[in-house]
Write a protein that binds this ligand. Structure first.
Ligand code: CAA
Length: 369
């Protein structure tokens, strides 16, 4: 698979041309992820995680870091992974306990990472650790770790419900010592911001994976329903099935357009893309879960069995609602952004009396005025 992607020049479509990539940005990344995931969600994330791992370098790396690592990723010679989550720090990404001590021109990392997709297969890792425990807003730094660095080991591979073809592992750092010029951006304390900016760019990729999975399952169910005979007719001729197809296809298309809109807005350099990226991720992945579940339903007893791949689409879809921020976290991001945007709507406040002020007609009537 990796060889095919390299052969077709797809490995670094999102990486700027000056660093050996295709220069296509997030929309191109999404188009490739969607198409791969239409056939296999596991392969889709294997590909997409290279974007997740490389965005910290693209967005926050020094020029030297970009020149050293990005061309290798763009050419497909090396894979990159992203080490943020820990046993105790999933949704609460700021609650990391892995430590990075900077001294004598080196960074020494101690701790463990959990659920690292592509771990073991990757050669480069964007790792986030606490470098300044006393600091409030500059607690975390990003560090580039390479396979073979002393004190860095790949741990247990997870036994997963879906995306079974791609490794998801633990990472262990035991006095892992790397040169200080591997600190992302060459400066301590920028790690949390770099991680959040990365997720803003990468979440449309997960959303595209979800669109691809939903589309793949829908196509499978459409073909099946035209061949499957019950009550003397193909089940595709029954209106209950047709209604399911119409709703499934409409939701997939709505999700696709939202994902493309989010990707285009990031590529256009819009200032605040967190909300749109989160909306695309939560909508598309919820649609994927619904559509793949309905595809299993249309195949009935056969759908539940491993004889057909629709149950795999459903299992693969589930993780898209969880990784790169659960959909609960996406809703939190959207709601926070909405409330912040509303602060700018001063002109509405004049027409919006607060409930404890008897300003509305009804309040005045109640108060007998
Ligand atoms: N861009 C830039 N800066 C940002 C930002 C963004 N999108 N979001 C937050 N920040 C900044 C804030 O401005 C704030 O800065 P100051 O301290 O200077 O004020 C700082 O970061 C802290 O922000 P918050 O107070 O909003 O942070 P929080 O602790 O409340 O967390 C959160 C916010 C949205 C819940 C965040 O923790 C989050 O996204 N959690 C989910 C983590 C996640 O997605 N993990 C996925 C792991 S990767 C994975 O799953 C890979 C895989 O296997 C494929």
């Amino acid at each position: 698979m990796r060889d095919r992607l390299v052969e077709h020049g797809l490995m670094g479509v999102w990486i700027p041309k000056e660093f050996g990539g295709g220069g296509g940005g997030v929309l191109d990344l999404c188009l490739v992820v969607e198409e791969i995931s239409r056939a296999c969600g596991g392969m889709g994330v294997m590909f997409a995680v290279n974007a997740l791992g490389s965005f910290p370098i693209i967005l926050g790396g020094t020029d030297a870091q970009k020149r050293k690592y990005l061309p290798e990723i763009a050419s497909g010679r090396k894979l990159i992974a992203f080490g943020l989550s820990e046993r105790g720090a999933g949704s609460d990404a700021g609650g990391l306990s892995t430590r990075a001590v900077v001294a004598d021109g080196h960074v020494t990392i101690d701790g463990d990472k959990k659920w690292t997709t592509n771990g073991g297969a990757a050669d480069i890792y964007s790792v986030f650790a606490v470098s300044d425990p006393e600091s409030r807003s500059r607690r975390i730094s990003g560090v580039i770790v390479e396979k073979g660095d002393p004190g860095f080991e790949i741990g247990r591979a997870e036994d997963k419900m879906g995306i079974r073809c791609v490794p998801v592992v633990e990472l262990h750092f035991r006095g892992c010592r790397v040169p200080a010029d591997r600190i992302l951006g060459g400066e301590r304390g920028l790690g949390f911001k770099h991680a959040m900016m990365t997720l803003d760019c990468a979440r449309p990729g997960v959303a595209a994976q979800a669109v691809g999975l939903a589309q793949g399952a829908l196509e499978y169910a459409l073909v099946y329903a035209q061949g499957r005979q019950q009550f003397g007719a193909p089940i595709s001729s029954f209106q209950m099935i047709q209604q399911m197809f119409a709703d499934m296809a409409t939701k997939v298309e709505a999700a696709r357009q939202l994902v493309y809109a989010a990707a285009r807005s990031i590529d256009a350099g819009a200032s605040n893309t967190s909300k749109l990226a989160a909306q695309a991720k939560l909508f598309a992945t919820d649609v994927a879960m619904e559509v793949t579940t309905n595809a299993v339903q249309i195949l009935g007893g056969y759908g539940y069995m491993r004889d057909y791949p629709v149950e795999k689409y459903m299992r693969d879809a589930k993780i898209t609602q969880i990784y790169e921020g659960t959909n609960q976290v996406q809703r939190l991001v959207v709601a926070r952004a909405l409330l912040k945007e509303t602060l700018a709507l001063d002109h509405l406040k004049a027409y919006m009396p607060l409930p404890d002020h008897p300003n509305t007609q009804r309040d005045r009537e109640r108060a007998g005025k």
